[in-house]
Design a protein around this ligand. Structure first.
Ligand SMILES: NC(=O)c1ccc[n+]([C@@H]2O[C@H](COP(=O)([O-])OP(=O)(O)OC[C@H]3O[C@@H](n4cnc5c(N)ncnc54)[C@H](O)[C@@H]3O)[C@@H](O)[C@H]2O)c1
Length: 322
């Protein structure tokens, strides 16, 4: 077991959605110092508004493409959480930038962590590496059916960590998140999730759109659980392994929309439209290996999780209204 007490922890991409929840949970631990590195391409200071009240938390604005800065921040660091990455659609539209950040940036982190003698890195991979599900629930030995640039960069990251483990023995765990949702998920940017699109429609009094028959199923896992999975992965003796982080439960888009209509108390009916674009569907991850190796068990069912999103949006909208 890795003892986080009195340790210095670097969280790269810590101002983002998942990273900020990890930091909130780390402040509940006996750590000595939490350093957040983020270049704010997507993350916000607002996400860390509570956390920075804790004097152990320091926020550094900068990029993991800056090797000198990484070397400086890694000095004396015990543990690193690596979350920074460009997203699926950014990787589609700006593949070179995706390579610079997700591939070269990840390599920079590995190199700097190794040079500084970091004890362990927990790397944010993605269930995207699996692509279309050949079988469900997908176990970690499911083939890489990925066909996207984003997934390609995540596979590259996993492979770099493995190669460095082989050569130098630097412990790491890669986490392949399923569909993460919860408070602080992006809903103003260009690439917002289906949950936020449905809630936008409901707010505007319009019927939420479902493409196809709504039978597409996903494994929705709440961000609080995902943050806890990260901390358990760090504390555990697990190393040189990539683990699913999900619930293993299939939730269809129809179920999701119905739950949101119900929670918000609206009598709108979904607007079914022909499916325009084929997305990867029916991706549900096996939870067995991560439970066995890290003790992680998900705890928030989707209905309760969606309520937390609705409440958070409500709070933000109230605050914005003055
Ligand atoms: N949210 C999901 O459903 C999901 C699913 C699978 C995998 N992931 C992965 O988990 C990780 C965290 O995801 P998230 O949802 O919190 O995303 P996010 O975009 O909210 O967080 C990533 C953070 O990294 C920062 N960042 C980007 N480039 C940087 C750079 N060069 N240097 C420093 N900081 C940089 C961003 O500003 C942002 O704050 C990502 O690697 C993502 O690919 C997320």
């Amino acid at each position: 077991m890795n003892d986080l007490n009195h340790s210095r922890i670097l969280v790269i991409g810590g101002a983002g959605f998942i990273g900020s929840h990890i930091i909130d949970q780390l402040t509940q631990e006996g750590v000595r110092e939490i350093v957040v590195l983020d270049d704010f391409v997507r993350g916000t200071r607002e996400n860390l508004a509570e956390a920075v009240k804790d004097e152990r938390v320091t926020l550094v604005e900068g990029s993991m493409t800056d090797r000198d800065l990484l070397a400086e921040l890694m000095e004396g660091t015990d543990y690193v959480f690596l979350l920074a990455a460009l997203w699926l659609y950014e990787c589609v539209h700006e593949p070179r930038k995706a390579i610079d950040v997700n591939v070269v940036g990840t390599w920079n982190v590995i190199e700097a962590a190794h040079a500084a003698g970091v004890k362990k890195v927990v790397y944010s991979s993605s269930a995207s590496v699996y692509g279309d599900a050949a079988f469900t629930p997908m176990t970690e030995d499911h083939p890489f059916n990925n066909r996207t640039m984003y997934g390609a960069t995540k596979i590259a990251g996993e492979q770099f960590f493995r190669a460095v483990y082989e050569q130098h023995g630097m412990p790491y765990v890669g986490l392949r998140y399923m569909n993460v949702y919860g408070p602080r998920m992006d809903y103003e940017g260009t690439y917002v999730s289906v949950i936020m699109k449905v809630l936008d429609k409901i707010r505007d009094g319009e019927a939420p759109v479902i493409f196809g028959d709504g039978s597409q199923a996903y494994d929705f896992v709440h961000v609080t659980d995902v943050a806890r999975a990260n901390i358990l992965a760090m504390k555990s003796d697990a190393a040189d392994v990539n683990l699913n982080v999900g619930t293993g439960v299939k939730t269809t888009i129809k179920e999701l929309v119905d739950a949101l209509l119900d929670i918000t108390g609206t009598d709108l009916e979904p607007d079914y439209r022909p499916q325009e674009q084929m997305f990867v569907t029916h991706r549900v991850g096996s939870t067995e290996l991560s439970t066995e190796l890290t003790g992680f068990e998900w705890s928030i069912p989707y209905r309760e999780g969606l309520e937390s999103v609705v409440a958070w949006r409500h709070e933000r909208e109230q605050a914005a209204a003055g």
